[in-house]
Design a protein around this ligand. Sequence first.
Ligand code: NAD
Length: 284
Amino acid sequence: MANLIEGKIVSKKIYENLSDEILFLEKKPSLAVIIVGDDPASKIYVNLKKKKAQELGIKSMVVEMPQDTSEQALLEKIDELNKAPDINAILVQLPLPKQIHTRKVIEKINPLKDVDCFHPYNTGQIASGNKPYVYPCTPMGIVRLLEYYDIKIEGKHAVVIGRSNIVGRPLAQMLLNRDATVTICHSRTHNLAEITSQADILISAVGKRNLVTKDMVKQGAVVIDVGMNRTEEGKLCGDVDFWQVEQKASFITPVPGGVGPMTICSLMKNTFDLYNLQEKLQNK
Ligand code: NAD
């Protein structure tokens, strides 16, 4: 039976350190979240972020804009937040309404305040093996989990299923930058099982329940499940057939309680790191 990788426990430890450090700051770190429209899932995510920030002593500001907001109005709002000295981190909740080009919006955010690491400056830094101002939240959360459980990355064969800009692509690059041998699989990949069964570290970021079955996993592999799906009964589950795969893996993340808690944790840590970076630059 595999060892559990418990993001819930790891994130709690990170939060304890963070709130201790923030407690002694005279000026607090601040996060601005922009939400456009009234997508119910987005509203839930934004509220969770706001609540967590408040718990840690991070100042949070939610900017709510109507569904019919023009691209120009959103770009102007971002410009205002870019220039605001009391805002350290800016997050634009995705997806955006159809009339707005997401790419233009992301490119408008000052890379120094780009808490999600979506701006091409920051993603380009990762792609070229350099440091961005902060790393993307979910991939960074996964790397922190591997580090916390002393799972060696260097020299290992990491197979990442999924190539989205939010998870798969940056994660693959971050593992490569840590000297893993990386294979990226996606919807057009042939012989998925043949590739995944060679993985020392297998990460699934797809969004398909039971995509990863026992026969696709090498004995003793580390299995990280990023997927968030629902069972017929409405329970949260990942991409991995957990009860079967855990018999073969050496380490495995549960869903819920694995990668999920690390994403919001990275967001808070990123806000704190951007605050420190900006304070340092100001005092130069
Ligand atoms: P996405 O839809 O943007 O990307 C999915 C990727 O899976 C694509 O690159 C696609 O090529 C690949 N794919 C689709 N079907 C496949 C198949 N049959 N075989 C191999 N690859 C296939 O999704 P995303 O935003 O990267 O999210 C992926 C999953 O992770 C979703 O379930 C999402 O809810 C979850 N997620 C969880 C967290 C978290 O904090 N736990 C954060 C972000 C995303």
